[in-house]
Design a protein around this ligand. Sequence first.
Ligand SMILES: Cc1ncc(C[n+]2csc(CCOP(=O)(O)OP(=O)(O)O)c2C)c(N)n1
Length: 280
Amino acid sequence: MARGLDPVQALTLLRGDWHTGYDPHEHRIAPLCTPLATQLPHAVGLAHAARLKGDDVVALAMVGDGGTSEGDFHEALNFAAVWQAPVVFLVQNNGFAISVPLAKQTAAPSLAHKAVGYGMPGRLVDGNDAPAMHDVLTEAVRRAREGGGPTLVEAVTYRLEAHTNADDATRYRADDEVETWRAHDPIALLERELADRDLLTDDFVATTRESAEHLAADLRDRMNATPPLDPMDLFDHVFTRQTSQLRAQAAQLRAELDAGAEGHTEHAADAAAPAQEARP
Ligand SMILES: Cc1ncc(C[n+]2csc(CCOP(=O)(O)OP(=O)(O)O)c2C)c(N)n1
């Protein structure tokens, strides 16, 4: 969104569409992908290639605390350091990978410590402190741009809500822990800090709140509108030339969809029949 992307475009994949919703080249944002941490080796390859071509690029690769347990995390950081690729790895450590707390994810003193083993600087920062985040990331980007190689940044924060609406977070963490972190909400902290420095007017706060509510309401409305999806699209862009297995699977789905559509018509007819009979 900071690069002018429509939030509905950014969320297209999560509505079940087969494409990422925006042009990665136009916005210089890689396509979203569901498998955890695969974006990290992609970022290293992209940054390394850009440097070889003399393109002034620094890749920012983001991952969660849980994602740092994936093999891709290790491979990406290792190669980034060996090649001195211009990449900044930003780990959003929000304490949980769905229900798994960080203590079950790693025995390292911090995730930032892992940088030492790869041979790159590691930075541990309060992820709820916006100016601190800005400082640390600006320094990491500058180092990468000047040829100083990658940096691993661990931003410590907390996931206030459940992982998804299918997750009941009360089963694995205490309410008072959540409330303690709620008091450190990064937006409230930034607002207080700016107000303390007389950099914030009531007018600006009111206008910003109003436009944020408007943006959220508009996003909800547009996300709730049923997207024009055809499940058969699923098979179109997997291979340049479709395999026989995919053709068979496509035919099977087509048959199931057609049978389902007929089933719906029959149900609709069943439902309509008694009403017709009851008519005088
Ligand atoms: C390779 C892989 N394994 C499992 C999953 C299922 N999964 C989706 S999100 C998630 C937890 C991610 O936790 P974390 O990396 O800490 O990120 P967070 O969502 O907390 O920001 C898991 C296990 C997945 N998407 N990909």
